[in-house]
Design a protein around this ligand. Structure first.
Ligand code: NAP
Length: 247
C-alpha cells in the first residue's frame, strides 16, 4: 500500500538547494522518493552528494535569480511535478536609509523570480496535461511587519498574496499552490540576529517551543505540500514557527 506522503516517481525542483532550508527540503523530498533537481547560484554538490549517497536521485543546475527571468527555461522537457520556490535574500537597514538597490535586489529574487519561475513551471505542466505542486517559502513577515527589512517584508507579503492568486487560477487545472511561513530558523538568513545577544534572547523568549527552528522542521512540511496527502489543500500559507504567531 502506497503512503499518501510518498513521492515515488515524482520529480521535484528546489531553488536555493545548496544550503539551509532549501537543502533540507531537497533531502527530505528525496527521502520521500522524489528525484531532485537542485538549483543554486552556487554549486549544490553537497546536497546532491548527500542524496545520492543515500541511494536517491539528484542533479544540479546553476541559476542566479538576481535575473528574475533566469528560471524560465528550467522546465522544458524536464517533466517536473513539484516546484519549491525557496531561494531568497534579505537586506537590513533603517527604512529612512534604505536604498533602491536593496529594494530591487530583494524584490527580484523573492517575488518577481518566484512568479515567473512558477509561470514557466505551470506552462510546462499544462502543456503536457500533467498535475503539479508549488511550494513557496513565505515568512512570518508575510503576516507581520518586521523591523529594518522593508523590501523583505514587502516581498514576503507578496509571496503570500501570489500563493493565493495562483491557487485561485491553477488548482482547477491540477496545480496546487501553497506556502510555508517559517518561524525563526537557524540558517545563514538569521545569522545576524543570532549574533546579536539582545535580539536573539528577545526572539527566543517569545517562541513557545523554546528553541530556534531547524531547517528539517520546514522540510517535512514541504513533503506534505508536495505529496498526495495535501491534494485538497491549496492557497494555504502555513506558519511553521514553534508557536510564534500564537503569542
Ligand atoms: P539561506 O541559508 O541564506 O538560503 C537562501 C538560499 O537562497 C541559498 O541557497 C542562497 O544561495 C539562495 N539564493 C539567494 N539568492 C539567490 C539568487 N540570486 N539565485 C539563486 N539562489 C539564491 O537562508 P534560508 O533561511 O535557508 O532561506 C531559505 C528561504 O527561507 C528564503 O526564502 C528565506 O527568506 C526563507 N525564510 C527563512 C527564515 C529563517 O528564519 N531562516 C524565516 C522565514 C523565511 P547562496 O547560498 O549562494 O546565498
Amino acid at each position: 500500500m502506497m503512503s499518501a506522503f510518498s513521492l515515488t516517481d515524482r520529480h521535484a525542483l528546489v531553488t536555493g538547494a545548496n544550503t539551509g532550508i532549501g537543502q533540507a527540503i531537497a533531502i527530505a523530498l528525496a527521502r520521500a522518493g522524489a528525484a531532485i533537481t537542485c538549483v543554486g547560484r552556487r554549486s549544490c554538490a553537497e546536497t546532491v552528494d548527500t542524496i545520492t549517497a543515500a541511494g536517491g536521485q539528484a542533479k544540479e543546475v546553476l541559476v542566479d535569480f538576481s535575473d528574475p527571468m533566469a528560471g524560465v527555461d528550467l522546465f522544458k522537457g524536464a517533466e517536473i511535478d513539484i516546484l519549491v520556490n525557496n531561494a531568497g535574500i534579505i537586506r537590513r537597514a533603517d527604512a529612512v536609509d534604505f536604498t533602491e538597490a536593496d529594494w530591487d535586489d530583494v524584490m527580484n529574487v523573492n517575488a518577481k523570480a518566484v512568479f515567473f519561475t512558477s509561470q514557466a513551471f505551470a506552462r510546462e505542466v499544462f502543456a503536457r496535461g500533467g498535475r503539479g505542486k508549488i511550494v513557496n517559502i513565505a515568512s512570518l513577515l508575510s503576516f507581520q511587519g518586521g523591523i529594518r527589512v522593508p523590501s523583505y517584508t514587502t516581498s514576503k507579503h507578496g509571496v503570500a498574496g501570489m500563493t493565493k492568486l495562483l491557487a485561485n487560477e491553477w488548482t482547477k487545472s491540477g496545480i496546487n499552490v501553497n506556502a510555508i511561513a517559517p518561524g525563526y530558523i537557524a540558517t545563514n538568513n538569521t545569522e545576524a540576529l543570532r549574533d546579536d545577544p539582545e535580539r536573539s534572547s528577545e526572539i527566543l523568549g517569545r517562541i513557545p517551543a523554546g528553541r530556534w527552528g531547524r531547517p528539517e522542521d520546514i522540510a517535512e512540511t514541504a513533503v506534505f505540500f508536495a505529496a498526495p496527502a495535501s491534494d485538497y489543500v491549496s492557497g494555504a500559507v502555513l506558519n511553521v514557527d514553534g508557536g510564534w504567531l500564537a503569542r
